[in-house]
Each structure stands twice: as C-alpha cells, then as structure tokens.
Design a binder for this molecule. Structure first.
Ligand code: NAI
Length: 404
C-alpha cells in the first residue's frame, strides 16, 4: 500500500532506545539527514519527532511504553527505533513485543545479505540473500502462559484432563503451561505480504518454514494456509513439481519448473524448521523469500544474521501492510557491555533506515545510504565487532564522506 504522508516533509517518530541506542542513533540520524539533503538538494527533509519507550521512558514517565508514543506512531504511521532493554522480573514481558502487538505490526521483515569486506564465519557468505517474513503477533509469543504451582495452571491442567481427556502432560503437578495460537487469518495476511514483496521485487522462490510434522494443527495449519495463499498468486508449487516428477520423471519436473520461473511464476515449497537451519548453511543460494511463524522466525533471523557477519549489521522492520504502520528497528539488543565506549556498530540501525526510506517512497535516499555502507565496508573500514578498528563516530563519518 502507498503510505499517505507529507511528501516533502514527512514526520517520522524515533525512539533512541536504551544502552547503545543513544550513541548509534545520534550518528545514524546525522547520516540520514545528510543523505536526504544530498538526494533532494535540500528540497525535502524529515521532520524527526522524538518518542519515549524503554528504560528512558520509565525513568521520565513511570511507563515503559507510554500511550503518547503509541498514539504518535498511530498518527504519523512511521517510526524507527534503537534497541530497548527488556525489564527482567518487573511484570512486563518485552517493550518490543508490546509495541508489535499493540500496533498489530504483523510482519517482521528481515532482509539478510552479505557485504564484501566483512569476515563471515561461513565459506560462502555471498550466497546468502534472502528476506524473512516472520509472523509477529501470534504463536507462543502471544504471551498466554500459566506459571508452575499457581491456581491458574491447576485450572488449565484440570480443564485439559477432565474436559478433553488429555493424559499426555508428563508431570501435571509441576508443569507450567503455554498456549500457542496460530490462525488462518494471521497466517494468510503474513504470507500474502511475503508474496507481494516477492512479486514487487522479482523474487523467484518462496519457502514456508514450519514444524508441522510435530505441531499438526498450528504449524501444520501455517503450511496449509500458506499454500492456499500461493494459489491466489498462480504459484508453481512443490506438489505440482512432485506430481510431474511422478508422472514424467525428474527431467520433466525440472523443465516444468524452469518454464514456470521463466514465465514469472514463483516456486513455492515448504521446509521443516530444523532442516531449514541446516539448509541455510549448506545451500543458502536456494532461498529467496521465507515466510515463517514467530518463534521459528526469531531463531532463523539471528542465525542468518550471524552467517553474514553478525547482528551488528542486520536490519529489521515491523509492518502492518493493511494500515501502513511501520516501525523500523536495529535488531540487536542494548549491548550493555559496550555502552558509552564509542564501540557500537550503527549499521543495523542504518540499514533499517534504508528499509524505511524505501518504504516511504524515497528509494534515492535508500540507494545513497546502502551504496555508502557497501563502499565503506569494502574499503576495510570496519567497527570492532567486525574485526576492524573504527569507533561508532569514525565509522559514520566515513560513511557520510562516502555518500558523495
Ligand atoms: P545484545 O544484542 O545487546 O548483545 C549481544 C552481544 O552483541 C554483546 O556482546 C554486544 O556487545 C554485541 N552487540 C550487540 N549489538 C552490537 C552493535 N551494534 N555493535 C557491536 N556489538 C554489538 O543482546 P543481549 O546482551 O542478549 O541483550 C541485552 C538487552 O537488550 C536485554 O535487555 C535484551 O532484552 C535487549 N534486547 C533488545 C532487542 C531489541 O530492542 N530489538 C533485541 C535483543 C535484545
């Protein structure tokens, strides 16, 4: 969808975040403004609006996620944020999860690609080029859990055993119980977003990743509903491939697949999550766009980020494609061990900014920034997390110089 906003002077909310958030934000914002000025010769500017969340917000307002922040994002649609500390043992699960759920940002979009110059732990990091669409509002992340030893968990266990004859809770008296909701609607809107992205970006392959072999109705449902969405896109599916292979042999199936891809159709298959984690190491070139559930997506995106050199450079966005609301974010945490030492790599936040400028329809700004990052890294200008010598400030200054 096209995001309706002031075309020359859009208001974008920003949350600096906790820990290293302030350091990376001040530098990244300077870089964003320089890129915008360069791309539009000063005719367009971002109207930055500071918003509060996390520990900083708690100190000032007594709340981790003030309503004013949600209202501002609700009104202006777009925001970008640094990492937020998750308060441990304070009755608040996660500010990030709350933000995603309250704004119904159902797609967590994580593009993963390799930049020359970065030392990666695998043999072929350049073969990794995929975009993960992780469902962001359901699954075990819905936060429906009952603690061990409580009256509530006793009621849930009683209900399951008495009403449904469940006899598979191995230790009913000492179990905690979690509920995993996965819906047809939640799955279909996510998979549809992934297809729209694949079509818009000329991607050839879509992979549904799930554990439907074990969780038949939840993860198996995700698989089933995902394929139903594929029908609407005239995709060439794995079952079509298998059918042709059975009837006419491997060559016939390969030919049919090749013809389908050449005519612009998308090939859709599904892979069990544990096998997928193996395949991204062995055959990363086989994957383009990946749609998966919340928990699988969490593991997969961090594993892939590590494959191309670490979470310091992996961007992310949380998007509701129906309302247009989008929160772009650095995907790493607050890095308490390096706070205030000018050691943080700002690239994750910077690449999230690239996604944001693309999303608001300023691709020229996105290109400038991404090219500057690629040039800086390939020149061997690296922050310490990537084995280099540069601090946050020096690295960003080099990037600003490379914008031109
Ligand atoms: P973390 O990502 O903060 O740190 C893990 C390791 O990576 C540390 O050694 C850290 O120094 C390094 N690191 C992370 N980002 C870096 C960067 N930009 N440049 C250089 N090195 C970097 O994960 P951790 O320690 O598990 O979590 C710390 C806090 O952050 C927790 O409160 C956690 O809940 C929160 N968190 C927030 C996230 C978010 O806001 N999206 C995501 C993950 C964690």
């Amino acid at each position: 969808m096209e995001v309706k906003m002031n075309k020359n002077n859009p208001t974008i909310g920003y949350i600096e975040g906790d820990g290293i958030g302030k350091e990376i934000f001040s530098h990244a914002k300077k870089l964003f403004d320089e890129a915008v000025a360069l791309a539009f010769s000063g005719e367009k500017q971002v109207n930055w609006l500071e918003l509060m969340a996390g520990e900083q917000a708690f100190e000032k307002t007594g709340e981790y996620l003030p309503q004013a922040t949600l209202d501002a994002i609700g009104k202006h649609k777009i925001a970008i944020k640094g990492p937020l500390g998750t308060p441990v043992g304070k009755g608040f699960r996660s500010v990030n999860v709350a933000l995603r759920q309250q704004l119904d940002l159902y797609a967590c979009v994580r593009p993963v690609e390799y930049f020359t110059g970065i030392e990666a732990p695998v043999k072929k990091p350049e073969a990794v080029n995929m975009t993960i669409f992780r469902e962001n509002t359901e699954d075990i992340y819905a936060g429906i859990e009952f603690d061990q030893g409580t009256d509530d968990v006793a009621k849930v266990v009683h209900f399951l055993t008495e009403e449904f004859g469940v006899n598979k809770i191995r230790f009913p008296k000492t179990s905690a119980i979690g509920i995993k909701p996965v819906s047809e609607e939640g799955t279909k809107r996510l998979v549809k977003a992934a297809f729209e992205y694949a079509v818009a970006n000329g991607k050839q392959r879509m992979t549904l990743v799930h554990k439907g072999n074990i969780m038949k109705f939840t993860e198996g449902g995700f698989r089933k509903w995902g394929y139903e969405v594929a029908e609407g896109y005239d995709a060439f599916t794995k079952s079509m491939y298998d059918y042709i292979k059975k009837q006419g042999g491997l060559e016939a199936a390969e030919n049919a697949k090749e013809r389908a891809l050449a005519s612009g159709r998308i090939y859709v298959d599904d892979v069990i999550a544990d096998n997928f984690l193996q395949q991204i190491l062995l055959n990363p070139e086989s994957f383009d766009v990946v749609a998966t559930l919340n928990l699988n997506g969490d593991y997969i995106s961090d594993a892939l980020a590590a494959q191309v050199g670490g979470i310091g450079i992996a961007p992310g966005a949380n998007i509701n494609y129906d309302t247009g609301h989008a929160v772009f974010e650095a995907t790493h945490g607050t890095a308490p061990d390096i706070v205030g030492q000018n050691l943080a790599n700002p690239s994750s936040l910077i690449l999230s900014g690239v996604m944001m400028f693309d999303y608001i329809g300023w691709p020229e700004v996105a290109h400038l920034i991404k090219n500057a990052l690629a040039k800086t890294l390939s020149n061997g200008a690296l922050t310490t997390d990537l084995g280099g010598m540069l601090g946050t400030a020096e690295f960003t200054e080099k990037m600003i110089a490379n914008l031109k």
